[in-house]
Design a protein around this ligand. Structure first.
Ligand SMILES: [Zn+2]
Length: 316
């Protein structure tokens, strides 16, 4: 059996899986705010997964980690994490191996998610395809000729940081005008906050009297036809469309899979994305590209990390 961990900006998800991708256990924690708590909580999460299997740690062959940001796979180090800053330079593989005694491997979180889509969400039915993860930030994965493409150091497809506005908003990555500054869940909340003054009768104002503003609230109010929420989603979806059009022009994929919290807003986002894409791609491109929203994005990336763990044991 294998453990997969998906370390994201807001949550850490863990799964226990067998060699066929069967989900045997799931646990989730909020991403801790400090390194010390982070270390303790990750170990607790691994322990709780082994308890679930009632097999003890010897039954776990390998732990796979998908971590947000750029990583050094060989050294097992998180080089730069745009959304969890205290992990910059963190030797995560060494730490986990030392505390658990289980072999551990590290991958970029979006690569792990793409492996999960290939394993349990039907990605293996296509040869050329892209995954876009729409959450706190925007990540991506790419399959070419039914094999994952990860770049020379394992950090390709940082599609959230493609420039869509050369004079645009500053980004945590150090650049500006990045796609995720306009079309991620974080960007949607920021955009609603900055425009709320223009919409004194918006239902969002009432919703946020006792509740913190979230992309979920904005989505729900957009479904209720609130004008502010619709404007925010329309702008974000248009920007997402620029990103998708760039990807289609470059890769000419058979399918694009969408995952992450924001992909649940498909009814309002996808029509605008498709309309924008149509205007911006080369003639003859993208006409047969399929848009697929992943069914269970809660566990898919962690399952992909477990698959990477399994592959590292069978083809070390
Ligand atoms: Zn950026």
């Amino acid at each position: 059996m294998y453990i997969g961990l998906d370390i994201g900006g807001s949550a850490v998800k863990g799964v226990l899986a067998d060699g066929n991708g069967r989900l045997l256990g799931f646990a989730e924690i909020n991403t801790p705010g400090k390194i010390k708590e982070f270390e303790q909580d990750i170990i607790k999460l691994v322990d709780s997964l082994t308890v679930m299997a009632s097999i003890g740690k010897d039954g776990i062959k390998c732990i796979g980690i998908g971590a947000a940001g750029s990583i050094d796979r060989k050294r097992g180090v998180i080089i730069k994490s745009a959304n969890i800053r205290f992990l910059d330079g963190y030797r995560i593989v060494k730490k986990i191996e030392k505390s658990t005694g289980i072999k551990t491997v590290l991958e970029n979180d979006a690569t792990a998610a793409a492996m999960g889509v290939w394993w349990v969400e039907g990605g293996s039915r296509y040869s050329e395809w892209i995954l876009m993860t729409l959450g706190t930030g925007i990540g991506g994965g790419l399959f070419i000729g039914n094999s994952i493409y990860t770049g020379s150091s394992g950090n390709s497809m940082e599609i959230g940081h493609m420039t869509i506005d050369y004079n645009g908003k500053k980004c945590n990555c150090g650049s500006s005008g990045c796609l995720e500054r306009y079309a991620s869940a974080t960007a949607i909340v920021e955009s609603a906050e900055s425009l709320i003054g223009e919409y004194p009768s918006s239902s969002i104002i009432k919703r946020t009297m006792n509740e913190k503003l979230s992309s979920r609230i904005i989505y729900e109010e957009a479904m209720n036809k609130d004008r502010l929420a619709l404007r925010v989603f329309n702008e974000a979806s248009t920007c997402l469309g620029y990103g998708v059009a760039n990807l289609i022009n470059i890769f000419n994929p058979e399918a694009i899979f969408f995952g992450g919290g924001l992909s649940g807003a498909r009814e309002i986002m996808m029509p605008v994305v498709k309309k924008t894409v149509k205007k911006r791609i080369m003639p003859g491109m993208g006409t047969s590209t399929k848009y697929i929203v992943i069914r269970n994005f809660k566990t898919t990336p962690a399952l992909g990390a477990a698959k990477i763990a399994m592959d590292s044991v069978s083809n070390p």
